[in-house]
Design a protein around this ligand. Structure first.
Ligand code: MN3
Length: 197
């Protein structure tokens, strides 16, 4: 079965003024769509290889599979990680878990911003839940899949690829990160954490 581009969960202009309509439109309709297509392509090529019994390009297609599927999956979470009713601080069990694992919400926010700002090249800052340890971690992901940890389920994703912010913020990644905090969808992150608990 083919993977499909999930519809944007709100209007293109819903996140204004913190995230501009033009970037949201291109980001979802072009960039995310390309990752979904790339994921399908990798799976098709791996199927062809199985049928032909020819694994001479296995390294390429396994690499593509990891990169494209991770891109598609993280973008889906990225849109869910934002809401026009977002911002502020998390509540309930998510806030308690953040305090437990980072000391305070302020500590968490500082570490997350620093991680996002310092991603080398293209990548993401993620908040992830490790069910086996019952612990939250902040991950700094390069591309869509490098520098990750096994057994972590991402519950909040911030895209810091240049395509995510360059139209409005140009090279000012720190300004994009600051703007993003105003639209963080804590309700969704809580829902994803509680789903795991
Ligand atoms: Mn992106």
């Amino acid at each position: 079965m083919k993977h499909e581009l999930p519809p944007l969960p709100y209007d293109y202009n819903a996140l204004e003024p913190y995230y501009d309509e033009a970037t949201v439109r291109i980001h979802h309709d072009k960039h995310q769509a390309a990752y979904v297509a790339g994921w399908n392509k990798a799976e098709e090529e791996l199927e062809k290889a199985r049928i032909a019994g020819d694994y001479s390009l296995i390294q390429n297609w396994e690499r593509q599979l990891a990169f494209q599927s991770s891109g598609a999956i993280l973008h889906a979470l990225f849109w869910q990680s934002m809401s026009k009713h977002g911002g502020g601080e998390p509540k309930g069990s998510l806030l308690e878990q953040i305090k437990k694992d980072f000391g305070s919400f302020e500590n968490f926010k500082k570490q997350f911003s620093a991680a996002a700002l310092a991603v080398e090249g293209s990548g993401w800052a993620l908040l992830g839940w490790m069910p086996s340890l019952g612990k939250l971690y902040i991950l700094q992901v390069e591309n869509h899949q490098k520098l990750t940890m096994w057994d972590i389920r991402p519950i909040l994703a911030l895209d810091v690829w240049e395509h995510a912010y360059y139209l409005k913020f140009q090279n000012r990644r720190a300004d994009w990160i600051e703007s993003w905090w105003n639209i963080v969808n804590w309700e969704n992150a809580s829902k994803m954490l509680n789903y795991e608990l």
